[in-house]
Ligand binder design. Structure first.
Ligand code: KG4
Ligand code: ZN
Length: 337
């Protein structure tokens, strides 16, 4: 069975063909990062206009790379929730038009579930397991009983983890997106915790990153590096401060994630593995912290290849194939969620 996966929920236009017998046959992507960089974050209007320009070529390329014609496909899977409405609509309308014209089944995909399934694309992860899915728009611990039974057991109460990386990076003028730069600076400081930002003491499986971002801000004010009235970071401060903020912030996020994953493993006794997915899973420091948590409990740990961590079409095609084998298809009246 061959499924086309289409992803346009945020700032990547992506498509892939997944074959249930041979795995990922193609994975094509156009990243809009450069279009949004001057604004320090994703601009929804720019995102949807770019998706509509790119999507025909991206889908054609995905089929060509997979040496597949549209007629060979057994289904069209598309992310229809959650995401930027204008961006989701481009992918959804394109998928519906293809499904209608080709008389192929349409498959609706939850973007966050697709992230949570992404470690399974290339690894035989045993069920049930837990997955920490952390990216720019979401941070959730899922309990997966099988490919289709996916339950959130903990989630963020405010900002997503990746959003916190991006906001802290913006605060200290590190550019967008912030995750990779923060990781690079933190590594150069050997992941030392210089500033001891506060950790939430509550025993919970939920996350709260907005408080951490505010703690970083007020710590900078205390150090005379940020003016609260003008809302300006003093860029003349030496690079050592930026490095120390980045390192202390990353260690704090690592402590929070390790605490929640440890607690999830201990409260869900049937867990047989731990996985880490989403753009933030590109962070090897955080991956190592979570792996350690799993190893302490004799559980195997899996994280996808980097190109399956950040938004991509393969995770949508893969999730689509899991629904297609069970005959779970959507109507052509499907809307964005
Ligand atoms: O999954 P993704 O590509 O898009 C969303 O669904 O949001 O994740 C993007 C997020 C951004 O916030 C980015 O800063 C973060 O992933 N990210 C990282 C790293 N690489 C990307 N965060 C921490 N460390 C990284 N190395
Ligand atoms: Zn995502």
């Amino acid at each position: 069975m061959k499924i086309l996966g289409i992803e346009t929920s945020c700032d990547e236009t992506a498509a892939s063909v997944f074959c249930t017998e041979r795995g990922v046959l193609s994975n094509v992507l156009f990243s809009q990062i450069q279009l949004h960089q001057p604004y320090g974050g994703v601009v929804p209007e720019i995102a949807s206009r770019s998706h509509i320009e790119r999507i025909p070529q991206i889908i054609r390329q995905a089929c060509d790379n997979a040496q597949t014609t549209l007629d060979d496909l057994d289904g069209i899977a598309v992310t229809n929730r959650p995401g930027l409405p204008g961006s989701l609509l481009i992918g959804l309308c394109f998928a519906k038009a293809l499904a209608f014209a080709l008389k192929k089944p349409l498959i609706d995909i939850d973007h966050v579930h697709a992230h949570a399934l992404s470690p399974l694309i290339e690894n035989p992860v045993p069920f049930p397991h837990i997955c920490l899915t952390a990216s720019g728009g979401h941070t959730t611990i899922f309990h997966l009983k099988n490919h289709l039974d996916i339950t959130p057991v903990g989630t963020t109460q405010d900002d997503a983890a990746g959003e916190a990386f991006d906001k802290v990076a913006k605060l200290i003028h590190l550019g967008y997106p912030g995750g990779t730069v923060i990781e690079r600076l933190a590594r150069s400081a050997d992941f030392q915790d210089f500033f001891h930002y506060p950790r939430l003491k509550q025993k919970t499986l939920d996350f709260s990153f907005s408080g951490l971002k505010t703690a970083v801000l007020y710590d900078l004010v205390k150090r005379g590096a940020y003016d609260l009235t003008t809302k300006v970071f003093d860029d003349s401060t030496n690079d050592t401060l930026k490095t120390r903020v980045a390192s202390s912030f990353l260690v704090c996020v690592g402590d929070i994630m390790a605490d929640r994953i440890g607690r999830a493993c201990d409260t869900l006794p049937d867990v047989r593995a731990v996985t880490f997915a989403g753009g933030v899973a590109c962070n090897s420091y955080l991956a190592e912290r979570i792996q350690k948590c799993a190893a302490e409990r004799d559980l195997p740990f899996f994280t996808p290849a980097r190109h399956y961590c950040t938004d991509n079409g393969a995770m949508v095609a893969f999730a689509g194939a899991q629904k297609a084998v069970k005959g779970l298809f959507a109507e052509l009246t499907l809307d964005i969620g």
